[in-house]
Design a protein around this ligand. Sequence first.
Ligand SMILES: NC(=O)c1ccc[n+]([C@@H]2O[C@H](COP(=O)([O-])OP(=O)(O)OC[C@H]3O[C@@H](n4cnc5c(N)ncnc54)[C@H](O)[C@@H]3O)[C@@H](O)[C@H]2O)c1
Length: 326
Amino acid sequence: MKVLVTGGAGFIGSNFVRHLVNEHSMECVVLDKLTYAGRRENLQDVETEITLIEGDICRREDVDKAIQGCSFVVNFAAETHVDRSVIEAGSFVLTNVFGTYTLLEACRKHDVEKFVHISTDEVYGHILEGSFKEEDRLSPRNPYAASKASADLLCKAFFETYNLPIVIARSTNNYGYYQHPEKLVPKTIIYALLNREIPVYAQGENVRDWIFVEDTCEALSLILHKGETGQVYNIAGKQEFTNIQVVQTILRIMDKPESLIQFVKDRPGHDIRYSLDIQKIKQLGWKPKTKFEDGIRKTIEWYKTNRWWWTTIIQAQEIDFHHKFT
Ligand SMILES: NC(=O)c1ccc[n+]([C@@H]2O[C@H](COP(=O)([O-])OP(=O)(O)OC[C@H]3O[C@@H](n4cnc5c(N)ncnc54)[C@H](O)[C@@H]3O)[C@@H](O)[C@H]2O)c1
């Protein structure tokens, strides 16, 4: 069974490709535009076992080439950083909406058996108490979330209209190996290693649910194999922390002072809390295994021993969004 993984050179995508190759001996084709967030290095340990095609999900020719002979498609390809979407939303609409549409059309043409679309808890908007269920209404509050919600609706429309076998997986915040340093967990670890100030929005009171990426990969693998078409499955670690708690936990484990924390002006439309109900995927046979503290320790260790991976990114790229744009 051959799987096309779009966006497979990014954070979750590369972990998922590794999971499919190592745990399920599956044949994988990766289609990735290799934007600032996607890197060949993320797949170097499996590069001889996969086919990596550099290409764009918005380009039909690229998708037609990559999808040849694939029975399954899993779509991770997206613009993913909310802060960037607040500054420039066009690329989010293009890749996340039009790119998903292009993939859906290709899946129709090539009679794909299942299209798994990776979505986010952000499509529901924020929730002060309780947790969102899969059938709750979508109410995105930032351009990234709106583009992801639009893609979800397109997937559902293709299921209803053309009976295309889609499944949507909505996950909470992932952390783990190969995550780009612009995101909270790697940024905190790397800045702490460099003894640099760690920017935290407002007073860091926004709450997120955190899931270790290996747990997500197991959930997605189950959805790929057993998920019912036309359905949505929430995925969460069921471990909620404020952003400041996340940063404090990392600093404590790394034995670094909290004086590194620098509170900065909040971003517009910053959702207060996300939370997902996971009863549905539990019934399918999955639950999160990794305790936050354990997953964070593994993640810190990975960033400590893989300096080569992030040093070039830090040098080359504009990760200081807080300083530049707030
Ligand atoms: N990271 C999280 O916490 C999280 C949580 C919920 C949902 N998600 C979703 O999971 C998916 C993967 O997230 P991630 O954190 O791994 O993202 P990422 O930014 O690390 O990786 C995205 C990948 O998509 C590729 N890409 C971007 N535009 C493309 C295009 N037009 N054509 C082909 N490839 C393209 C990039 O090169 C990169 O490899 C996304 O759809 C995201 O919305 C992520």
